[in-house]
Design a protein around this ligand. Structure first.
Ligand code: CTP
Length: 482
């Protein structure tokens, strides 16, 4: 495997030169620690991100002694606008001032019992504290005390792992993962987020310990999945989840998409691999987390709808509709939000075939108007998803699709300019229909309203008040209402 270089070579110099570590807050923390006679270090994700040139707002400070004592001193020094929150049970304290967020904790060693995630915690040395951390790249510490300011403490070769782009545990990975099984998800998330590899021991230990994921709450798993989804190529994370066997445990519906069935020499595409490509395609175009989820779920209804039809081959009729129906249950089970974000994903999954169908049929004005009406303001996202969904290996087919796709897009722009369908509101409201025709509220009002809507979408009348009113009166006459 080719060696990748993730960090600058002269680390020590880089840390010293870094404006971030020279910032007034760190100097101040160091001064207060010296005054109190406490050893203190900035540790964990912030150090990792500093060395990877990534931005990071969460700053963890570990103190050999009382983290709370140092936090209290620091908040006083920071003065007006600084707030302190103390969590006595955990021996931690949080200091906030504007964007600055500092977590203080006393160095500790932890041991876990098999049946619980709650560790037995005791005071410890810096090295014991580093031991209990999840990965070598997250166990790096920089000293803030004046006499050793900027010294990097890296007892487990975290720097080398940063340079080799490797995720590895400081201790035996079976212990690290068994202690806190969420770390299996975190390891895969870091691989996806940072473009790193899992060391083979780490990978094997995840496979061995995967069943332990069952003791982790769905909320925490969802948090990691969202981070995987927000990485540059989410497929990296999802493939690792699959290969380690975690996917089957945390998201069986997605694992169902795997594999190819062949009959009479005809196979269908592997929906799992296709799906991951669509997610990556969407990720290249947008950071919209929920559009990325829609991409992941766009074909989730395929296993349920798969059929072998003689003379036709494999079909997945209505898979968009079946998939859209599955989403609320999946979101609920996985503790993903049950709100307008979910509704958006449902809508995208439901409509994801529509632009392609337009491409395949004749692209009539009426069909384009209806699509604009149903997608509303989300039409651009839908078109993006639809474009990302074109993953055929057949170049001719791809070229044809893309050309037609552009045609549909152009037509949408023209129709939207003319008819303003996107945020369509019927130009004649229900109230007015009742008034004009002397009707009480009843289903007929709804029928007349949707007849007006259909006439506009089908291009029978323009999207204008006068035309709509005239059309209504004509309908009323035909039905003997006036
Ligand atoms: N940590 C750990 N095991 C966990 C969670 C956290 O050992 N299950 C340690 C790691 O040393 C980590 C630090 O606690 O670096 C801070 O945790 P957190 O803020 O959750 O993660 P970060 O590494 O900072 O990364 P991110 O903010 O991207 O989650």
């Amino acid at each position: 495997m080719q060696k990748k270089t993730g960090v600058a070579v002269d680390r020590k110099q880089m840390i010293i030169d870094s404006e971030k570590i020279r910032s007034s807050e760190f100097l101040l923390i160091g001064e207060e620690a010296d005054r109190l006679g406490l050893e203190c270090y900035v540790i964990g994700g912030w150090v990792r991100d500093l060395l990877l040139h990534r931005s990071s707002n969460d700053i963890d400070v570990v103190v050999v002694g009382s983290g709370i004592e140092l936090a209290e001193a620091v908040v006083k020094r920071l003065g007006r606008g600084a707030h302190l929150a103390v969590f006595k049970t955990y021996g931690t304290a949080q200091v906030k001032k504007g964007d600055l967020e500092l977590e203080f904790v006393g160095a500790r060693k932890e041991s876990y019992r098999h049946e619980s995630r709650n560790p037995i915690v005791e005071d410890g040395t810096l090295e014991e504290d580093q031991n209990r951390r999840d990965f070598t790249i997250n166990a790096l510490a920089i000293c803030l005390n004046k006499d050793r300011y900027g010294d990097l403490l890296d007892p487990f070769g975290g720097i080398e792992d940063l340079e080799d782009c490797t995720i590895r545990t400081p201790l035996d990975p079976d212990i690290t993962f068994s202690d806190d099984p969420l770390r299996m998800m975190r390891g895969i998330r870091f691989a996806s987020q940072l473009g790193f590899y899992l060391s083979s021991e780490t990978f094997d230990a995840i496979c061995r310990n995967r069943e332990r994921i069952n003791i982790i709450t769905k909320e925490r798993i969802a948090e990691e999945l969202n981070k995987i989804m927000l990485s540059r190529r989410p497929s990296v994370g999802w493939k690792l989840l699959d290969k380690t066997g975690l996917l089957q445990l945390i998201f069986p519906e997605l694992a169902e998409l795997k594999g190819v069935e062949t009959k009479e020499g005809k196979g269908h595409k592997d929906v799992f691999l296709h799906t991951l490509q669509v997610v990556d395609n969407v990720a290249m175009e947008t950071d919209n987390l929920w559009l990325r989820w829609a991409a992941l779920l766009h074909d989730i209804g395929k296993p349920k709808s798969k059929q072998w039809e003689a003379g036709v081959g494999w079909t997945f009729r209505n898979h968009n509709y079946l998939g859209a129906k599955m989403i609320s249950k999946i979101f609920k089970k996985m503790k993903l939000p049950q709100n307008e974000k979910m509704d958006y994903v449902i809508k995208m999954v439901d409509l994801h075939m529509r632009p392609i169908n337009l491409i395949e049929d004749t692209v009539t004005d009426s069909a384009v108007r209806r699509l604009l009406f149903e997608a509303g303001d989300d039409i651009d996202d839908l078109m993006l998803l639809c474009n990302a969904d074109i993953t055929s290996k057949n170049e001719d087919k791809v070229r044809r699709y893309k050309q037609n796709y552009e045609l549909v897009k152009q037509k949408m722009i023209e129709l939207e300019e003319r008819d303003r369908i996107r945020n369509f509101q019927p130009p004649v409201r229900g109230e007015e229909i009742m008034q004009l025709l002397g009707l009480e509220p009843c289903s007929l009002v709804g029928e007349l309203k949707s007849a007006i809507k259909d006439a506009i979408l089908d291009g029978v009348i323009p999207n204008e008040y006068d035309a709509a009113k005239e059309y209504l009166m004509q309908l009323a006459k035909e039905r003997g209402l006036v």
